[in-house]
Design a protein around this ligand. Sequence first.
Ligand code: SF4
Length: 437
Amino acid sequence: MQKTLFLVSLGCNKNLVDSEIMLGRLGAYKLINEPQNADVLIVNTCGFIGPAKEESLSTIFELHDARKEGSLLVVAGCLTQRYKEELAKELPEVDCFTGVGDYSDIEEIIISRQSRFSPRVYLQDTYERIITGSNAHAYIKLSEGCNQQCSFCAIPGFKGKLQSRKIEDIAKEIEYLCKKGFYDFSFLSQDSSSYLRDFGENEGLITLMDRIEKIEGIKSARILYLYPSTTSDTLIKRIIASPLFHNYFDMPIQHISDPMLKRMRRGAGKKRILEQLELMKSAPDSFLRTSIIVGHPGESDEEFKRLCDFLQVGIFDRVNVFPYSDEEDTPAFEMKNKCSEELINKRISIVEELLQKSMEQKLEKYIDKTIDILIEGQSSEHDYFMGARALSWAPEIDGEILVNDSEIGPLEVGKTYKALITQRAGEQLIATVTATA
Ligand code: SF4
């Protein structure tokens, strides 16, 4: 009887790639959606901040409650890597634990029913993975680990130092995926603009782009997680000049007040960030995304006000807002002048309210415009609509376009079309497909 597998991938898209690699290794299993029927259950956890850790733990307990007699529950990923001793003691519900070093050995772990924590961080060495969620788009990992030392971040503690994949490994993976019909790619890592710095190359992304642009079949690409202190004007101009990479700039700034950026150990100050944003904004059809942290230790009312005033200008098309999470093993954990949870929540709602308005204004600029969209499937809203995104947007995080009409007949999931944006409906856009792209 073919064994059945149920897998949950939590956290970021970098974790999703690791889950896809595990699925690639477990091709002999039948992937199912019902945990209560699965012979093997895998949770690929996230251990970055408080809410993510809670979600990982509650998922583990839910699956344990749901699973059938004799099944195997395997817990992998960042949470286990970060808290391996504690979890081994506190979670008898779990049969096997593994961290971030053994994704490619998942089959052996299941067969041996033994936990495994190899003293390494797994760096993708295969492209035999099961791409999930799309037949057109795939996430491409550039590297593992990070050499930055942001005050609030525990990731370098359990993902280790920067390890870049070789350009030819990445190129071969994309050639392989293009042959399978994929044509839209998001390049990501913890710190993408540092790609190949562990090999002494300061503009590794540019070298990579030169190689990727030569690949047949790739039609669309974007880079996620640029880091301010390693993102040069040369790189920004190279992205703008690229015939393939969208003018899509995802650069988490985390804050804008210089004293706070120093406290956060971000390596670049307000002046440099403003220069970068101005250059990015000068690109045609530029799309700017960022992340900010609210409530980091020492954040004064004045510093918070400066952040709000800056966000109100409306430079960004999308902003991820994170409440500061007090993570042990980080420099910020030792800092004084911590903000109360109440103050952090109050500031979060102020920021979210002003961003809501600016986001709606940003969406308005698409009305009566014809853009390239990628049909992703049935919409999240209603069967009446097909769900799509602008081809330049990243999947899942930049919004949804609801297609309610087509002048060219039935539409195919995974295909790209020209679409006229007819109106905005809250945080979504409504579109009519007018032609194939
Ligand atoms: S760049 Fe900063 S926030 Fe991102 S993984 Fe590295 S240390 Fe953490």
